[in-house]
Design a protein around this ligand. Structure first.
Ligand code: WT7
Length: 650
């Protein structure tokens, strides 16, 4: 389907699903008045939500907004780890499961709040022992093992700022992020498991840390001897040794100012350099805690299964800070959905009686392809709510999720948000809002969203435009690490004092929002944001490549796939081997998620007279709309002819 056809299908979707009476009656939020009252007085709304946290000192004022900088809960003191762990050990939740971890087949571990508290405190002592101070950055490069949330919470406990780098990133990408964050300490593992194979994390880390500020590397033993690693004398320390020798007394949580930074998380933008998105302590925690209760309707007996990796914001918010701050139980899974078999998620959901499942449209489309028999094999009657995130969900995938996973019983919350927003911004409250397949519905209470035209005027129903957030919110990013100018320009450069997420959206006649995807040079591959410029600079770093241009093409399962147009240097011939080599080169520079689906060699890249690459023409070529046989691109006259057709429209 072409993007236009997809859009037409989406905007002609007319099915509606109102919450079942049984769900509505038990929902945390049953009174629609919450929307109006939060709209009238957002500060009062957020101030009330912030009371759900435990404060060491109360805040004096709710919000100070000097665009583009917001401060929330000014004067307050609190600690994120205390809120996620310690305080629950003082209640009936002490021996409740906080994290249920399912490793690759054979492994599992349950940490109650009390056990988690002990682990976090030992790790906090260990970090202090190694010289980590409040405000220092700690880079974490771990697989999906319990030591990952434990490390994050230990950083939070002592007031260090964590920067988690997804385990699928390459040595080079890890290195860039270490240098940008100026981290002195790295926490990694000997290796990880993926589909029964070893992922060489320590080997990547060894390569990444050379000539960086990293002084110490903590190594978690996950795989053991098979990983075949060596420890560097004086630099590397074993996690297990540190934990064994750490004091067992409680570690007193560092009282943090509301606005002290909690973490950095890198995300792609329109330039080659990833941005370190900065989140604050109180605002972030208030936002994520609130959305657990509003959007996810979390109750004390829920078992929340979020399939995201903690290396991305979804995992930070909905595997760690959201559910744990709310005293919930999370299911954390190390492996992939098809190992050992394609029913792995359903097996886990059944085994632990998951009540809420949160996953991505790309996974749902994959499950659809595999067939419903894998779902039907399992008893999923414990499920009561489903969520989706990462990219627009096509109505067909939504309906499949509803029918086979939700058994037509569970409401679906399609949650639109970003690394920068910290938590869900546009999503239904499941007991209140009638859903439409493919629409994230409306902003959550306390969030002011609009869709505007080029001049910043609100579009009327039935029209599309730029999605914007017009008022500050607690969990908004505070800046881009080390580059406040970039923060200003990227998010507040187009409309003054108004946050621009970079997505296009359509408003329907009922006031529902339909997200249409990125409007900048960012591609969404399987729910992962990849900057075209990052892939382009990886490609031109290869000696055979003269120039490269990268576009996103629609893809049945991944949503979008990467197509790269490459011109080679004089005297270099194209070949299938070179295609393979260039793809591998991108994997080594960035990571497997950035591997181009296809590479097309072209005699020249079509450019406008002013020298801008004609991306629309490239997209049309990529989607097969202008020429069928792309090998003809090797002929310069073909590109010239196409350019003439496209004029200078890009
Ligand atoms: C971009 C943010 C938020 C966690 C995962 C991705 C797209 C995200 C949806 C949704 C349509 C969505 C947007 C957004 N996106 N959720 N429910 N419907 N699009 O976080 O890597 O920061 O990417 O993902 O384009 O801008 P991220």
């Amino acid at each position: 389907m072409s993007p236009k056809e997809q859009l037409d299908t989406l905007l002609h979707e007319s099915r509606t699903f109102s919450p079942a009476e049984s769900f509505r009656q038990q929902a945390n939020f049953q009174d629609e008045g919450i929307y109006e009252s939060a709209l009238q007085d957002p500060e009062a709304f957020w101030s009330a939500q912030a009371q759900e946290l435990t404060w060491f000192e109360d805040f004096e004022s709710v919000c100070n907004w000097e665009p583009p900088h917001a401060q929330w809960f000014i004067g307050g003191k609190l600690n994120a780890a205390y809120n996620c762990v310690d305080r629950h050990t003082l209640t009936h939740r002490k021996n409740k499961a906080a994290i249920i971890w399912e490793g690759e087949p054979g492994d599992s571990r349950v940490l109650t709040y009390d056990m988690l508290r002990r682990e976090v405190d030992k790790a906090a002592y260990a970090l202090r022992e190694l010289g980590v101070q409040k405000g220092d950055r700690v880079t974490i490069y771990l697989p999906m093992v319990p030591e990952l949330p434990i490390s994050m919470l230990a950083c939070a406990k002592i007031g260090a700022i964590h920067s988690v780098v997804f385990g699928g990133f390459s040595a080079q990408a890890l290195r860039d992020r270490i240098i940008d964050a100026d981290s002195k300490l790295l926490i990694t593992a000997d290796a990880g498991w993926r589909r029964g194979k070893i992922v060489p994390l320590k080997a990547n880390a060894d390569e990444a840390v050379v000539d960086t500020p990293i002084e110490k590397v903590i190594v978690v033993e996950r795989v053991g001897a098979e990983a075949g690693i060596t420890l560097h004398e004086g630099r590397d320390v074993r996690w297990q040794d540190l934990m064994a020798s750490a004091p067992t007394s409680p570690y007193p949580a560092e009282p943090m100012d509301s606005e002290d930074y909690l973490f950095l998380l890198y995300t792609s933008g329109t330039t080659g350099k990833p941005k370190g998105i900065v989140h604050s302590t109180a605002g972030y925690l208030t936002g994520v805690n609130t959305s657990m209760r509003t959007v996810f309707d979390l109750k004390d007996n829920d078992v929340f299964f979020c399939t995201a990796d903690i290396g991305w914001i979804t995992g930070h918010t909905y595997l760690v800070y959201g559910p744990l701050s709310a005293g919930g139980t999370v299911v954390m899974y190390e492996g992939s959905p098809d190992f050992p078999d394609r029913d792995r998620y359903w097996e886990i959901a059944e085994k632990y009686g998951a009540t809420i499942l949160y996953t991505a449209p790309t996974s749902i489309r994959m499950f659809m392809k595999w067939g419903s028999q894998y779902v039907e094999k399992h008893d999923l009657s414990s499920l009561r709510l489903l969520g989706t995130v990462g990219e627009p969900i096509n109505p067909e995938a939504w309906m499949w999720y509803h029918k086979y996973v939700g058994q037509e019983r569970c409401p679906i919350v399609d949650t639109w948000w970003q690394t920068e927003t910290g938590c869900a911004m546009i999503a239904p409250l499941p007991g209140l809002i009638t859903t439409k397949p493919g629409s994230a519905t409306r902003p959550v209470p306390g969030i002011a969203v609009d869709i505007v035209d080029e001049d910043g005027n609100s579009v009327p129903p039935g029209h599309g435009g730029y999605l914007v957030i017009t008022k500050p919110w607690p969990s908004m990013l505070r800046t881009v690490w080390g580059d406040d100018e970039r923060f200003r320009n990227t998010y507040f450069g187009k409309f003054e004092g108004i946050y621009l997420p970079g997505d296009g959206a359509h408003l329907d006649e009922d006031g529902y929002i339909w997200i249409l995807g990125r409007i900048d040079d960012v591609i969404n591959v399987s729910g992962h944001r990849i900057g075209t410029a990052e892939v382009e600079s990886a490609l031109v770093a290869h000696p055979a490549v003269a120039e490269a241009a990268v576009i996103g093409r629609s893809h049945e399962v991944k949503g979008q796939a990467i197509t790269a147009f490459v011109t080679l240097r004089e005297g270099i011939a194209s070949s299938d081997d070179l295609v393979t080599e260039l793809k591998q080169h991108v994997v080594e520079r960035i990571g497997a998620m950035a591997r181009p689906e296809e590479i097309l060699f072209t005699a020249e890249l079509p450019k406008t007279r002013s020298g801008k690459i004609m991306r629309r023409l490239l997209r049309d070529i990529g989607e097969g709309r202008v020429i069928g046989d792309t090998t003809t691109l090797a002929d310069p006259s073909v590109v010239e002819a196409l350019k003439a057709q496209y004029k200078d429209q890009d």
